[in-house]
Unconditional design. Structure first.
Length: 425
């Protein structure tokens, strides 16, 4: 199937070929005609499936055929959980809309609001926003959401994880009743289903990867190793196999910093990216990583959300995530549209229960490896897992918490809104 057959206009087809895409991905094949037909959508798709173009292309076409926005008005609102994802969607809107004369802008917290207020003044065809900053600007009267024609919730599960449900509900009240709604989520908790029921009108269901399973193109493996040997093993694997563009996940910001420093000392260029870094520092690190100057990027879960990195070959779980679903999100960074990827997890004795939770979720037993010279001590005793806050221990020894609130695990992280403590289910 070609993009032409999906009913897209010439100006969009030109932009698509400038991007070098020859064929629509499965989510694009399914979603584009449905969105063009004006349907509400409930789409299950992970990052890497081409979902952004799946909603951006038809959205631009629908907007291109309509009237321009009035002062402070917005015609299409895309809500994203993080600034990185907002930036990525914004980039797609600019890229795919380069031959159209639609106005778009991104707004998120952590930066000055004046340029955002200026951009909103004369109205926007597409506004991409994180919920917290959007509410701030709305309350100050800088944005009028009463004329929104299309609403997109991107990575809705992540928005709920980050405690944005109240902002989302307040935003929904500001929108007109008659509008088109598109909801994208990688996972489907009960909360997401409740939100979908409230939000969507007779939605078409689009599913490209089975729920809570990982993409087949990702080769996954687990190295069993002692807690204290993880860093050395990681340096060894990177050097031994000549891995480049390695995205490494750690549980804590402190752990990310420490690991990046230690790898750099061993002449493996590495930088950490997390919520305490300024937007500028994050953008620089990401830029260096994408351009290939930086071999390793060490990230925490929240900071990594929405990172747009094409064909990322390696993802390493230096620490297993406390929430099993985060494993699916993390490794979704690799094996992206049309390329293969490898996801390696370094697992010590403390993390066996977490590993079991992940294997249950993805319905796979992951192959276990032991690297010669890094054999784990068979008599090692598990220790409680360190929480996001330095030195703080999780109750219950930090094990068996596959269903625990991801919010609690991320309390040391900074998003553009203070996280709210709550049970996930
Ligand atoms: P996404 O899932 O939206 O984050 O997209 C993942 C990556 O796939 C992005 O870097 C896109 O540039 C790329 N992509 C999207 N659509 C296509 C396509 N039809 N062919 C090849 N690459 C694509």
């Amino acid at each position: 199937m070609s993009f032409t057959e999906l009913g897209l206009q010439d100006d969009l087809l030109r932009a698509i070929s400038t991007q070098g895409y020859t064929q629509p991905t499965p989510i694009q094949q399914k979603a584009i005609p449905l969105v063009l037909a004006g349907r509400d959508l409930l789409a299950s798709a992970q990052t890497g499936t081409g979902k952004t173009a799946g909603f951006t292309l038809p959205l631009l076409q629908l907007l291109n055929n309509g009237k321009r926005p009035g002062k402070r008005q917005v015609r299409a609102l895309v809500l994203t959980p993080t600034r990185e994802l907002a930036a990525q969607v914004g980039e797609s809107v600019t890229d795919y809309g380069k031959y159209l004369s639609l106005k778009s802008h991104i707004i998120f917290g952590g930066v000055g609001q004046n340029p955002q207020v200026q951009a909103l003044k004369n109205g926007l065809d597409v506004l991409i926003a994180t919920p917290g900053r959007l509410m701030d600007l709305q309350q100050q009267g800088h944005v009028d959401l009463s004329q929104v024609e299309i609403l997109v919730l991107d990575e809705a599960d992540r928005m709920l994880d980050m405690g944005f449900i109240h902002d989302i509900k307040r935003i929904l009240k500001l929108l007109p009743n008659k509008r088109q709604n598109l909801l994208f989520s990688a996972t489907f908790s009960n909360e997401i289903q409740t939100l979908a029921t409230q939000l969507l009108d007779n939605p078409a269901l689009v599913e490209v990867a089975p729920r809570n399973t990982t993409a087949e193109k990702i080769e996954q493996s687990v190295y069993r190793v002692d807690r204290e040997k993880k860093r050395e093993l990681l340096a060894h694997l990177i050097s031994q196999h000549g891995w480049f563009q390695v995205l490494v996940f750690t549980r804590t910001k402190h752990g990310a910093n420490r690991l990046a420093e230690q790898l750099s000392k061993q002449e493996i260029p590495a930088m950490a990216i997390h919520g305490n870094k300024s937007q500028g520092a994050r953008t620089r690190a990401l830029g260096a990583f994408k351009s290939g100057d930086l071999q390793v990027l060490v990230a925490t879960d929240i900071a990594a959300r929405g990172l747009d990195i094409d064909e990322l070959p390696f993802v390493v779980n230096f620490d297993l995530p406390n929430v099993a679903e985060d494993y699916v999100h993390r490794i979704g960074r690799t094996g992206r549209a049309g390329s293969n990827g490898e996801a390696v997890s370094l697992v010590c004795v403390d993390e066996h229960a977490l590993l079991a939770g992940i294997e249950k979720l993805i319905k796979q037993t992951l192959p276990k490896k032991i690297e010669p010279g890094f054999e784990p001590d068979p008599n090692a005793k598990p220790q409680p897992i360190e929480n996001g806050r330095r030195g703080q221990r999780q109750p219950g020894g930090g094990r068996g918490q596959g269903q625990r609130s991801s919010q609690n695990q991320r309390q040391g992280e900074k998003s553009d809104k203070a996280p709210r403590r709550r049970a996930r289910r």
